[in-house]
Design a protein around this ligand. Structure first.
Ligand code: NAP
Length: 292
């Protein structure tokens, strides 16, 4: 990678950022396509977020990714947001848009298309359309997934199985405008058995099972899972979590969070560069890298 006077910068704003795979993903893609840009992870404390956004603007950064704890807090600091970022209430991608009279910083949420892309590639998506879906968790990722599911699949039922049902109720209220079939319902996580058994798609949007606590799983009653299920784990480290391993052993179709990680990155990359990300090259770099 050659850095010269024309090199553009993309930053990851988060705290912490040290373990992020995004620099590997995007720098691999920039290099493969000889895009004159570099991706750097920058630790930004919450009290410094406004200064960091002003810095993106002043220094002509090509854009940014945004991760915990800034995904919500950054919204009012930007000039515009896509409809999906507004609906989810969180931004994970910032794009410097220079098409108007003055450049603006636009926020987007590429977790929404990033979640949907791997599902569309499996034979699973037909069975999910109009079916019942269950999401474990009610945090930021669950928000993006719930919005994506409502928009793409018009589910007959969308259950939020949460450790904190009051938080899940708030999520359901926030997304009510996107739920014309009134599919959203909330159940305490430990009482989710009947909903798990009768859902077509199960999504883990909690950190349960993530390295180093790889014994964790959102649902340990493996007898509830059958070959009719599509089981999707947002956790990407390890690539095959306990939840996915046990679901695969029961005959379910499984989708790894690593595929979503690549797809959400590809959706951001396209906006920064106007080019499709070289996904095959990125996948080789990632899968070749020891992540667990
Ligand atoms: P978050 O906003 O902190 O939300 C975490 C959710 O998990 C909350 O609902 C939380 O419940 C629940 N939770 C945490 N520990 C739990 C436990 N022991 N038992 C039951 N529920 C528990 O985090 P997030 O941003 O939504 O991320 C969630 C996961 O998705 C993370 O592992 C993250 O790495 C992954 N993710 C992956 C991608 C990808 O591209 N593959 C993208 C985004 C996120 P409370 O509300 O009760 O605390």
């Amino acid at each position: 990678m050659r850095i010269d006077a024309d090199t553009r910068v993309v930053a990851l704003l988060g705290h912490p950022v040290e373990h992020s795979l995004s620099p590997l993903i995007h720098n691999t893609a920039f290099e493969a396509q000889t895009v004159n840009a570099v991706y750097v992870a920058t630790p930004v404390r919450p009290e410094d977020l406004a200064d960091a956004v002003a810095g993106l603007r002043a220094l002509h950064f090509l854009g940014a990714n945004v991760t915990l704890p800034h995904k919500q807090a950054i919204l009012p600091l930007l000039d515009a947001c896509t409809e999906r970022a507004e609906a989810v209430g969180a931004v994970n991608t910032v794009v410097r848009d220079e098409t108007g009279t003055a450049p603006i910083l636009r926020g987007d949420n590429t977790d929404v298309p990033g979640f949907l892309a791997p599902l569309k590639e499996t034979r699973a998506s037909a069975s999910v359309q109009g079916g019942a879906v269950l999401i474990f968790g009610s945090g930021g990722a669950a928000r993006a997934v719930a919005y994506a599911v409502l928009q793409a699949f018009a589910p007959s039922r969308l259950t939020l199985a949460a450790r904190s049902p009051d938080k899940a109720e708030r999520l359901a209220e926030d997304l009510a405008a996107y739920d014309p079939n009134e599919a959203l319902c909330v159940v305490p996580m430990r009482e989710a058995g009947p909903m798990v058994r009768t859902s077509h798609l199960l999504v883990n949007a909690t950190p349960l099972g993530m390295y180093p606590h790889t014994d964790g799983t959102p649902w340990s009653q493996v007898g509830d899972i059958s070959p009719e299920h599509v089981v999707y784990d947002l956790v990407y480290n390890p690539e095959e979590t306990r939840f996915l391993r046990e679901a695969a052993a029961r005959g379910a179709i499984t989708v790894s969070g690593l595929e979503m990680l690549i797809a959400q990155a590809a959706a951001a990359y396209r906006q920064w560069t106007d080019q499709p990300m070289p996904v095959k090259t990125v996948r080789t770099a990632l899968y070749g890298d020891k992540i667990a």
